[in-house]
Design a protein around this ligand. Structure first.
Ligand SMILES: [Mg+2]
Length: 194
C-alpha cells in the first residue's frame, strides 16, 4: 500500500478518553454554580446528543453556554496529572516521520483541546484538522470535502486511522480514502506494516 499521508482520529485512537469521565461531574457542577441552571436539562434543550457512553460532550455544552475558559481550566488541570496518550504513539510518529510520511490529525474535537495534549507530550504533526476547520463533524460530507481541499490531499494516498466505524471508515471511504479501524490502541503498531 503506497501511503503518503497518515490521518489519525484523536479521541479513543490516540488518547484515552477516560479523562472526560473524570471531569464530567466537576464540569456539570461548575455550570450549575455559575449559571444556576440544571446543566443536563439545558443540554437537552440545546439539542446536544449523548455519546456512546450516554454522556454529553461537556466541551460542546460549555461552548454553547459561553463557559469555555472555565471548561479549559478544569480540563487543563486534569491533563497535567493524567497519563492520557496511548502507548507507542510517540514512537510510531517518529518512525513515520523518518520515512518522510505526512501526519495529520482529523478529529471532531476542538483544536484547542488537541493542542493541549500535544503540548504536554511535545508532539508535532504536519497538520491538525478539527471540527473548527470544517465547521461541522465527520458524519457530514462537508467535513471531508473541506479537509481534502484545505490540505490538497489525494485520498488514494491517504490512510485514515480511527476507532469509529461510521466516522472513520464509512465516511472517508466514500471519498476514496484508505481506512483502518482500530478496536484496541495496541493495533496502532500495525500501521508501520503498511
Ligand atoms: Mg475516536
Amino acid at each position: 500500500m503506497n501511503v503518503k499521508t497518515y490521518l489519525f482520529d484523536f479521541d479513543d485512537t490516540l488518547i484515552d478518553t477516560k479523562i472526560y469521565v473524570e471531569i464530567y461531574q466537576p464540569i456539570l457542577d461548575m455550570i450549575k454554580e455559575k449559571l444556576k441552571i440544571d446543566p443536563l436539562e439545558k443540554a437537552k434543550e440545546l439539542g446536544l446528543t449523548k455519546n456512546k457512553f450516554a454522556r454529553y460532550d461537556t466541551g460542546d455544552l460549555c461552548a454553547e453556554l459561553g463557559l469555555l475558559e472555565e471548561y479549559y481550566e478544569i480540563l487543563e488541570k486534569e491533563i497535567k496529572i493524567r497519563d492520557v496518550l496511548h502507548d507507542n504513539i510517540v514512537n510510531i510518529f517518529k518512525k513515520l516521520k523518518k520515512d518522510n510520511k505526512i501526519i495529520g490529525i482529523v478529529s471532531n474535537s476542538m483544536r484547542r483541546t488537541i493542542k493541549l495534549y500535544f503540548d504536554k507530550y511535545e508532539i508535532n504533526v504536519d497538520f491538525i484538522f478539527s471540527k473548527d476547520d470544517a465547521d461541522c463533524q465527520k458524519y457530514k460530507d462537508e467535513y471531508w470535502q473541506v479537509l481534502i481541499k484545505k490540505h490538497h490531499l489525494n485520498p488514494k494516498e491517504c490512510l485514515v486511522i480511527g476507532d469509529h466505524q461510521h466516522d472513520d471508515v464509512t465516511m472517508p471511504k466514500k471519498f476514496g480514502f484508505k481506512t483502518m479501524l482500530i478496536k484496541n490502541p495496541h493495533e496502532l503498531k500495525n500501521i508501520l506494516k503498511n
